[in-house]
Design a protein around this ligand. Structure first.
Ligand SMILES: Nc1nc2c(ncn2[C@@H]2O[C@H](COP(=O)(O)OP(=O)(O)OP(=O)(O)O)[C@@H](O)[C@H]2O)c(=O)[nH]1
Ligand SMILES: [Zn+2]
Length: 368
């Protein structure tokens, strides 16, 4: 018996033609690679979900060795290829498919390296609580990061039941939301949950981010307990000790057939950008103003005919908003300057190239 590659049963796990064409190309080099989706990743050990159910899997040595940095290794949400001729768990993971999107931040600490939190997400729910701790600037930063990673952000303002008058907070957030959808919810009363369900269509992948305690797990539970469905209908992969607090990123299959990734509380999110020249995303109104500046290379500092300075003077653009943009822009510039000088990364890249070359030489010798 072999693991089966069953496309019809994988589309509901988020498998699309994007992955199918990669799989076809892969088949030209590697035989019998069976795709599965990572639902839990913990220290090199993975839980993967495919038409065959949930299995334990482990990275093949070559995959780990060839990675330039940890961001190339499989994370929750990734599609990976299992060697299909092996049935003994943990199954060997021999390939990671290219991602459609990711949620990526700068690794904590002094290193300038990307850390991929989750992969292949369609929608990222940025959850905050409607309390005094609500932080508009943090939401702004999350929106920029989600857009940068290629997913669609949705702002969720939870704990509406604890807030007598959500109007001022809602207004403050809408100032930074741009075209991002906003939803007010209460995991306690169930208010607004239907608006989230509307986004959770079969085969779509959602992720939740936000500070600890804002209600991500409570919202997840609401979504898991859809009317007429029992929780057993969902695949939930808890950690080895079955703890309930969110210490890992986990992927759930919702009763609607959508996939949901719950993440541990992320208090701060250092921006990551792969695009050196781009300005921070999610600031459409500032981008539009910059287009109207008299000079194409306007720095928006002292230049005559600067539309941004004009909008600041008239009050059309708030100073806080402009400062956020400046700050994220500076951060992005700093990142791209630092990145090129990350020694470890360059060393590994060199090693990989040398390895490839020596293998080529070996092959040439073998052919002689
Ligand atoms: N009143 C009220 N309490 C809520 C609501 N949502 C969550 N809570 C409570 O807030 C606390 C924290 O909720 P969690 O769902 O654990 O928060 P979390 O975002 O998952 O936190 P981490 O797992 O630490 O990231 C719990 O006691 C919840 O019962 C809500 O809408 N209204
Ligand atoms: Zn300008």
């Amino acid at each position: 018996m072999h693991l089966q590659h069953d496309v019809s049963r994988m589309s509901h796990l988020g498998w699309t033609s994007f992955f199918e064409s990669q799989h076809r190309q892969l088949g030209e080099h590697l035989e019998n690679v069976v795709p599965a989706r990572v639902v839990l990743a913990s220290r090199g050990l993975l839980h993967v979900l495919g038409p065959h159910g949930t299995r334990r899997a482990v990275l093949a040595g070559k995959l780990r060795h060839d990675a330039v940095d940890a961001s190339e290794l499989p994370v929750v949400g990734d599609w990976v290829g299992l060697r299909g001729d092996s049935l003994a768990e943990p199954l060997p993971v021999v390939h990671r498919f290219e991602r459609t999107s990711s949620l990526t931040r700068k690794e904590a600490g002094r290193r300038t390296r990307p850390q991929v939190l989750v992969a292949n997400v369609d929608t990222v729910l940025i959850v905050s609580a409607l309390t005094a701790e609500l932080n508009v600037r943090r939401i702004e930063r999350f929106v920029a990061t989600v857009l940068e990673g290629g997913a669609t952000p949705v702002i969720v303002l939870n704990k509406a039941d604890l807030c007598e008058n959500p109007e001022p907070l809602f207004h403050a957030v809408s100032e930074v939301a741009g075209s991002t959808q906003m939803i007010i919810t209460s995991a306690a009363t169930g208010a607004g949950i239907d608006s989230i369900r509307a986004l959770a269509r079969r085969g779509e992948t959602l992720a939740m981010v936000g500070a600890s305690g804002v209600g991500k797990s409570a919202l997840t539970n609401c979504l898991l307990e859809e009317e007429g469905h029992q929780r057993e209908g969902a695949v939930r992969v808890a950690d080895e000790r079955g703890r309930h607090t969110t210490t890992h990123r986990e992927l759930f299959v919702l009763p609607s057939g959508a996939l949901l990734i719950d993440t541990p509380g992320l208090r701060e999110l250092a921006l990551w950008s792969d695009d050196v020249a781009a300005s921070p995303r999610g600031f459409d109104e500032i981008d539009a103003l910059a287009e109207a500046c008299a000079f194409r290379d306007c720095k928006h500092e002292t230049e005559p005919g600067c539309a941004i300075l004009g909008a600041l003077a008239s009050g059309e653009l708030s100073e806080d908003r402009f400062l956020s943009w400046r700050k994220l822009e500076a951060e992005q510039r700093w990142l791209s300057a630092r990145r090129g000088t990350d020694e470890a990364r360059q060393q590994k890249q060199r090693n990989r190239m040398m390895g490839k070359m020596s293998r080529q030489v070996q092959r040439m010798k073998g052919n002689r």
